[in-house]
Write a new protein. Sequence first.
Length: 310
Amino acid sequence: MFPHSWDSADCLSSLELTGTEEVFGTESPSWQYVLPKTSSVPVPPSERLRKELPLPIAITRALSPSIVRCELTHLKRVPIDFSLAEAQHRRYEECLAELGCKVIRLPVEPELPDAVFVEDTALVLDELAVILNPGAVSRRPETASIALALAPFRKLEYLGHEGTIDGGDVLCVGRSIFVGLTTRSNPPGIERLSRLLKPYDYRVTGVAVKGCLHLKSAVTCVADEILLINRRWVDAQPFSAWKLIEIDPSEPAGANALRIGNHVIYPAAFPLTRGKLERQGISVHAIDLSELAKAEAAVTCCSLIFREIV
């Protein structure tokens, strides 16, 4: 999560955390710089941006073939073309890099089918990172490697076992943090998160969600003071202080967008809602995640975005 506005920084490469046992058994992971193989090098930003803006980090994880056994709540299981899913995920990482992110790709977790969806494991704010307790028991082992990856960047706190929260249920808008009440995130988890963040002046609010997996399936931030929303899946009243763009009714899953500074990464599957965003002057970068969508994934799921505090 990244509650503040920022633009592309001057990092052109992605970063890969290599090894598995060796890396995660130490306190000082080994890092290797790599460039996405098919990515064209973007034009560097202005010197002013280089000097004034913090460097955005995007943590991702390599896709596991075991994704075919992923958790499903609202979708029926259908075959996933692993090679295509892997290519789509690689393009997603390239798009992050092209928009100025330093991409930290964690190694594959072969026995954890949903581990590519790193968003659900942590909430990263400027002051700290909270390691969450995912609602699906099968996903809880994912958090250990995420904690090690985040430790060089943030003080860590832990939600613990008092309740559950998936990161996909957490929407940060400035100092306001909304958490969806879903099958994955519950009131004890929200209460625990509120206590953890109270010293940092964040206001945590639970929001009822229906018909979808996560809160951010129903509403996401697409620009300063602007949210994209599906009112059928979440009540708009808690978000009345912000301008709301409604998804096209024919595209109910179109409310999930990933904001990167003044840009938005958005699924190519929802052209009508994309047009609404573009008519509001929002720079949209459409990508195909159709295979990952079969695992109930969306564009926010596959990364943890935050600024590097220097």
